[in-house]
Every structure is written in C-alpha cells, then in structure tokens.
Write a protein that binds this ligand. Structure first.
Ligand code: FES
Ligand code: FE2
Length: 451
C-alpha cells in the first residue's frame, strides 16, 4: 500500500465512519458527564480484573476497584473463577479490603458473616435470631459475570453484553501467536493522577504526539505517518502497527546517516555490525528479523517461532474500548489504562503493567522503570508527580495529562480540532456518546449483533 508521506493510512476494511460529534471540555470536567458514565458506560463493558496466575488455590481472590464499585474474583473448587460484588448482603459493608488474598471463607469485618468461595453464606452470629430462620445456605453474594482470556481475568456487570471473546474480537486472534498465556507480570504500577481518565485514553488513541512528547523514541520506532498502519474494528477497539528497530522516516537523515543509538546497540546484541548499515539504516529491521529467527530459540525465546516477521520487530499497539491498552513487542506486553476516580471527574487512577515471557535461564528483564527480576511483581501504588516513575514514556504522557486537564478548564477551549490520524480519538468519543446518551444508545458492542 502506498500513501503520501504526510498522510495517515487505515488498513483496507478497517477505516470506520465517524459523525463529527464535537468533543467539548465538559466530558473531561463535569460531574454530570461522570454520572452518565457511571450509569451507562462502566456497568456495560468488560473490565480486566486481574491475572489468572494470581489465583492458585480454591479461595484465592483478587479484588478490583473501579470508581465507586468493587468486585472480587475467587478461585472455585472446580478451578473455575467466579466474581462477586464486594459488598456484604447483611448491611453493605465492603467485604475485602486488600487487593489480593486467599482463605477458605470470606469474613465480613463488621458483624462477622462468612461466605464460602462460591459466595454462599456459611456462618453468622446468632443464627436463630432471624425472623425467617437461619440465613446460612440461603443468602449469597451477588454474582458478576466472569470470563478469562489467556492470562487475564475479566468481569462484566451486565448480562446482555457479548461474551468476552466476542467483545474483544479480533484481538485475541491477532495476539494469539505471542503466546501470552504463561507470561509473568514483572511490573505492576498504579498511580493516582490529576486528570480525567479519557485524557490518557485519547493519548493512547493517537501517535501524533510521538515526535513532540517522546522525541527520544524516534531513533528506534518509526513514527512516520505513511509507515504506520491504523485499524479500527467494528467492536469499537483500535490498533496501530508501528515499525520498530527502525528510525523515524520523518527525519530522512536517519536513513542516510550512521546507525543512531540505541539502534546500534540493539544491532550488536543480535550479532550485527551497525557499520554495515550506515547509509541505509532502515535495512537493520529486516536483518534483525533474520537474526531473531536464527538466535531466538537458543536464547530461550520459544515464542518467536509462532510470530510473523512483523511481530518480531514491530510494535502492535491495541486500544480496547473503553479504557484498556495492550502494547505488544515479542519480549514485552504492556498493559496501560486509566480508570475513573470514585468522585472527582478531574482525577483518575493510572495502571501500568508489564508482562514478560518466561525465558529459561533469564533472571532479569528490562522494563520501563529499569531492570526487574523475571518474577511476579507486587503492586506499587504512588501519586503521579511524587517523584516515582510510572515508566519513562508513560511519565511523559502523564505530564501532559495534568496540563491538558488545566487547559480544558478554560472558557477559551471550544472543542477539539483533529487530524485524520486522530480519527480513533473521534470514534472513541462517538462510541462513548452512544453509551452515555439515554435513548440514543446504538451500542455496537452488544450480544445480539455479535452472536
Ligand atoms: S455488614 Fe457484613 S456482617 Fe454486617
Ligand atoms: Fe505517548
């Protein structure tokens, strides 16, 4: 496919129409819009709740807080996973306060009611003091739909939403050859941040900001417009292929000059002499494909054999509606998302996870916050801006989040003016409008249309 160098391109069949709804500031700052999202959006989508590997034995649980809601996912006796609202049926106390744990009974901290991992009330104080008799065996926690995809646990609060794999389509299929099932979460960061959740959602739905916000990536990721391929799917999700192991074609001198750092070091790591590519640096990408095919298996990257050449060297950046981002390279899966604050539309919670394949003999992997042991990491929660990095590229994105939130509060802002390459931003907001506008709901992601 050819395109003018300054023109964005969408893969054939994956360029979805948009209406041109104006994206005004109220959706980022108003309580009213937040209330509409709480009522009409969040209960009607699948949420990534945790990792399957966190639940080893019956009774192991992981909790996910989402705005004012909280859900627990628990391993069952038959090894399936059930999810329940994290609320005691006695008088509503939140049951589980920690993020992860395990027990043969869930005990409410208020009056001590106890529930089995299957969510059934099994023990109460004063069982004979109930007008209708002992409630044990009759009262249950309120169940939430729960399904898994690869290493991930998802839950959904709505019965009519499509099954998980239909909802995620076509990404499970597109991501299958990376072999994510046994990858290890080596970095698990969360942070409170002072901007609306959609600000970073928009940021991840465009690469227009790369030359200005992440200029250091330009010698390793080709953000040239005609080299980047965008896709939008009927399910509301998007993806973007960016060529990796190649400097940006926005600066032609990178191609004709010496191999720039860090591409030179990466070339050496794969047994190539960067000097051989001076004057035609773009050819390194293909040479690294060949080197990975040759050397990957002996280095323990058993998953390379199932990957396409494109997957071996490029970045597959998937933005799933409404708030989940999965960025893939052969050696790393980054999960990024922003979630709503319980009460303040001008705040959110940012998540940044890194998963790495279990390469035999490897002790350490490089993550966005530096080397980390190749083992399951515990959560580190911080407040953005307190000096703790949430990943060097993510730090750059979040720094803009704060100043954009401030600018959106200005009377002078009249609505976004978008480029063609930011069409994914436009479509995201139009889908969101469909969800949060009562009576106008044209939810494309519903079970009837997908089944
Ligand atoms: S609210 Fe849970 S036991 Fe009373
Ligand atoms: Fe960014």
């Amino acid at each position: 496919m050819t395109a003018a160098p300054d023109t964005s391109r969408y893969a054939k069949g994956f360029d979805m129409p948009v209406r041109g709804d104006t994206i005004t500031a109220d959706r980022y700052i108003s309580q009213e819009f937040m209330a509409r999202e709480n009522q009409h959006l969040w209960p009607k989508v699948w949420h990534l709740g945790g990792m399957v590997a966190e639940l080893e034995e019956e009774g192991d649980y992981v909790r996910h807080n989402l705005g004012t809601e909280s859900v627990i996912m628990i391993r069952q006796a038959d090894s399936s996973i059930k999810a329940f609202y994290n609320s005691c049926p006695h008088r509503g106390n939140r049951l589980v306060l920690g993020e992860i744990g395990g027990s043969d009974k869930i005990t409410c901290g208020y009056h001590g009611w106890q529930f089995s991992p299957a969510g059934v009330l099994v023990n109460v104080q004063d069982p004979d003091d109930f007008p209708d008799g002992n409630p044990c065996g009759k009262v249950t926690l309120t169940e939430v739909r729960c399904e898994t995809w690869g290493p991930f646990i998802f839950y959904c609060m709505d019965e009519d939403v499509a099954p998980l794999l239909d909802w995620l389509a076509p990404l499970p299929e597109r991501l299958a050859s990376y072999g994510l099932d046994d990858w290890i979460r080596v970095m698990y960061l969360t942070a409170d941040a002072d901007f609306n959740w959609k600000i970073i959602r928009d940021n991840f739905n465009e690469s227009y900001h790369l030359p200005t916000i992440h200029p250091e990536l330009s010698t390793f990721i080709n953000d040239g417009l005609s080299d980047t391929l965008f896709e939008m799917y009927e399910t509301g999700h998007n993806s973007m292929w960016m060529k990796g192991h190649q400097a940006t074609t926005r600066n032609p001198e990178f191609e004709t000059g010496e191999v720039p750092a860090p591409l030179d070091d990466v070339a050496r790591a794969w047994g190539l002499d960067p000097a051989d590519y001076n004057g035609h640096t773009g050819d390194i990408r293909e040479a690294i494909v060949a080197a990975k095919r040759r050397m990957g298996p002996e280095m323990g990257y058993t998953n390379y054999e199932n990957m396409s050449d494109q997957q071996l060297v490029d970045y597959f950046h998937c933005t799933l509606f409404p708030n989940l981002t999965i960025t893939m390279s052969p050696e790393q899966c980054q999960i990024l998302r922003t979630e709503p604050h319980p009460t303040d539309p001008q705040k959110c919670v940012f998540h940044h996870w890194v998963l790495a394949p279990p390469v035999a003999g490897m002790k350490e992997v490089i993550t966005p916050i530096g080397p980390m042991p190749l083992e399951w990491a515990e959560n580190r929660h911080s407040v953005y801006g307190d000096g703790q990095s949430v990943g060097y590229v993510a730090d750059q994105d979040l720094s803009i989040g704060t100043s954009q939130q401030q600018g959106l509060n200005s009377r002078g802002f009249k609505g976004c003016i978008l480029t063609h390459q930011e069409k994914r931003v436009q479509r995201f907001h139009e889908l969101l409008n469909d969800y949060v506008t009562p009576g106008l709901s044209t939810d494309i992601i519903n079970s009837d249309q997908l089944r």
